[in-house]
Design a protein. Structure first.
Lengths: 181, 181, 181, 181
């Protein structure tokens, strides 16, 4: 893992990204939904995804989660990362349009990473539609790039590194850890 | 994942399916049963399986879970999906026969997806016996089709998409997300 | 999975097995030990392993768990299966010798399935030493047979099916589900 | 798994190791961070990693965990193993230098096993930088050796066995289980 870059044909488009939106279930998780006898749900996230979300924000690239389901478990994770989450979004495009209006962005400046059919409208709407490695066939078909790793196992990390690299922010992240080797 | 269809020889049979019955442990889960120190059990389900179960119901194809074990954890999941579950079914065929009588269906109109030996009688009884990719050898032998994905990792999703496609209901699902590409 | 048999050279030895002893962590689990913020542990077991343990007992082949660690979580699982468990066994051979004395068995009538170095003395002592697919190299070297599946993902199920088949009890299990196809 | 040794060119360097430091998330875990509805976190560890950590300590090689995040769940695991953990270490090198001063060691006598960019400074500082199989590309590049197994699935076990073997302590471990075969 690591060192993933967009192909040359995509880099210019990716360089213009000013907002990175991520689906949650199947994108930041490996699709697993755990329930216990008491009805409590658990979600599993990837530590490297979270780290990259924080890097992006500190480097100046806002990251948001836009998810169709409401999960308190996921909410705790996003609060811990201090990443804004829009859960229970029946219309993901509406959420993204509102965010764009607030931040004076256009849809072409938004990257969206998703995995399943409910992500299709947002993928068709945004400027840089991205899919996790194990996304549904129709989601991959609607995306310009697929991460090498599946959802919940580093897909978001790879997408974020690739966007940071294309936008020229990746070296800022590396400096924090002693710079490029 | 996605785009899975029945082979031509099975499509006519699948087109007649009016009830889809699913085993739980090993079919909707990856066979994992988690226990904590306090004796609480946890089950892991796949978000895409659940979404497809809801699509099927909304498109007019009833889905039920028929499981040999009683699991409160699984019960919470099925309640969340609003899918009827018949847990603790020592005789799965008896449950299915009762459902058929209530819904005026014949066994040939029922598809059953399972993974292990307790599913054999239901698979032999129903019209469209299906097995998950990692089903027991004897279960695969008793089935007409195996899903590409293993239990708990999209097997039910694939079976549901294939049945919806064969029954002509798949496009109804796609319309919800902006139609076929 | 399924249909696993011992090679011809092992079948006579396996036919004499009258007690099947299983390690827990790494053999009945995939080596995972989960801890939460409150200090509660969780263990993950395989539903098919548990089913086979119950089949063996009902068919007349006693099954016991002999484990070096004490885990209340695992204890709940074994209680649910009604399988005797000897946890916290610093000397697994001593436990097995006591069981043999009680049941008037000899060590050559005992099969042991393990995965790691603490299982070595029991494997060297018993008549049918078995290792899970992902056992430590020295454990595999000390065993006469390795299961195709790794620990916690069906290894115990395969070992039990193979022993039941060699002891002539497998058909008794199949009869319960409608007999051999 | 098992029987992993350092290549000849590394054995002399490894023979001088007197302190083994391990990262936690992604190294002792498979990067998974689980959250439940109540905000409780869970971490998954590998039973064989923990066993090896205890072997090393008993054989005379101190083991410590140096982690950037604070996790009470992980703390319970390390307390159970009686392994000192330095969590929430924003500067891992500072922690290691303090430990070296206390134990009158030099950085060349320290091995560090890590997986992600926050481990880079410690890897560049220590005498034996090691990476898990699924480490980030830049971490692998900064390490002299990669474990065959990924983090949380035996990577630490392999690193510890290799260090114990190079330092001549491995036979001491084997004697506990009846000696070398």
């Amino acid at each position: 893992m690591g060192g993933v870059r967009f192909p040359a044909a995509l880099r210019q488009r990716a360089a213009g990204v000013r907002l990175l939106a991520l689906d949650s279930d199947g994108t930041l998780t490996d699709r697993g939904m755990c329930w216990d006898d008491a009805g409590l749900e658990t979600r599993r996230f990837d530590v490297r995804d979270g780290l990259a979300m924080q890097w992006a924000v500190r480097a100046g690239l806002p990251v948001v989660v836009v998810s169709g389901r409401l999960s308190r478990a996921a909410g705790h994770r996003f609060a811990d990362l201090e990443i804004p989450d829009y859960q229970g979004a029946q219309d993901k495009v509406a959420v993204l349009e509102r965010l764009c209006a607030e931040q004076r962005l256009e849809s072409r400046q938004v990257a969206f990473l998703g995995d399943d059919l409910p992500d299709l409208p947002a993928l068709r709407w945004c400027g840089l539609p991205l899919a996790v490695a194990d996304a549904h066939r129709l989601v991959r078909a609607a995306s310009l790039w697929c991460t090498p790793s599946p959802g919940g196992h580093g897909a978001a990390r790879e997408a974020i590194e690739a966007v940071l690299e294309a936008t020229g922010l990746w070296n800022k992240v590396l400096e924090r850890y002693g710079g490029s080797p």
